[in-house]
Design a protein around this ligand. Sequence first.
Ligand code: PLP
Length: 391
Amino acid sequence: MIPSVLPTYNRAPLTFVKGEGSWLIEADGRRFLDMGAGIAVNALGHAHPALVDALTQQAQALWHTSNLYNIPAQQELADRLVAATFADTVFFTNSGTEACELAVKMARRHFHDAGQPERTRIIAFEGSFHGRSAAGIAAAGSEKMTKGFGPLLPGFTHLPWGDHDALKAAIDDSVAAILIEPIQGEGGIRPLSDVCLKGLRDLCDAHGILLILDEVQCGMGRTGRLFAHEWAGIAPDIMMVAKGIGGGFPLGAVLATERAAAAMVAGTHGSTYGGNPLACAVGCAVMEQIATEDFLQDVRARAGYLRQRMEALVAAHPDVFEAVRGTGLMLGLKCRVSNTDVLNACYEAQLCAVPAADNVLRLLPPLNITEADIAEAFARLDAAATAVSSC
Ligand SMILES: *Cc1c(COP(=O)(O)O)cnc(C)c1O
């Protein structure tokens, strides 16, 4: 008999009932160190007082009105995002996949209204992940995500990661946008170098193509800058954001320049829940904490320590781990044994991490994790690796 919850997930046999900072408490009372943060979502850990306050205050005032009316918290969050980024304008969604839908629509509509309606093609990359909607799976194009769901949304071209010649060859007058994650998350923590990101920007400028960055996972302070592309000194035309922006409350956004967004006039797009008062009240509190130079400086310091500990871990267990990769607090441990075995050993050691493609184990801790908790993460990962290699 089919379970009452549609069984599309491979769940670990764990049930968490409470969270405190970087810790999760299991129903049986065991405390787990949370190095996954709900897949880069709980950017400020669990039950952060400022987020709890923002949510409860808004909950007592007003939950929902729809976008038929002005929403002050939505306006405030948009103003904060515009002030802190390249963007001139923001649309709020509930998730990353909805942000992908709009990013694709915005790019196509831009060229439609610019008198180039033949420009509809979006170039995306193998190993990428942009969500599970029709546009999201068509964009990523992997067999695993698309099998049996055809016909797929047309107009996507998939290129190998890092193949410059294939990229140059794919550029023609039918291309509307290049869509890419500055650091592939689900794909196994594969960072794009700053040089490549700059090169992509130049290529887009040379051919009048829009650059869409998917910063759903790597954005919101995760790399030690508010957004990962800032390291390369470039800006996209359109950017997808979600995960960390709501700190655990469902929230996503599309940020764009005025030029890229100009065709999205009244009636061209909408969402019942997008930019809901509860989500935006929490989003403002998240921005208040994360979008400061002091906080991001601390993230970079913690990231340096985590990196050093993880390099030591790999050095201590060369039979289990091959390398550390990633940036900031978005690290991947490339495994020599099955990443599922390592993950199960982590659960035994009461540590949560997140598997990724390419046999990688992801570490995506809360951005405010303490040094003591990073040291504890090393101890638990060390115990897990020792258990795996003695199997
Ligand atoms: C998680 C993720 C998405 C999809 O976000 P959802 O909120 O799950 O819809 C899209 N892109 C990237 C890079 C992601 O990591």
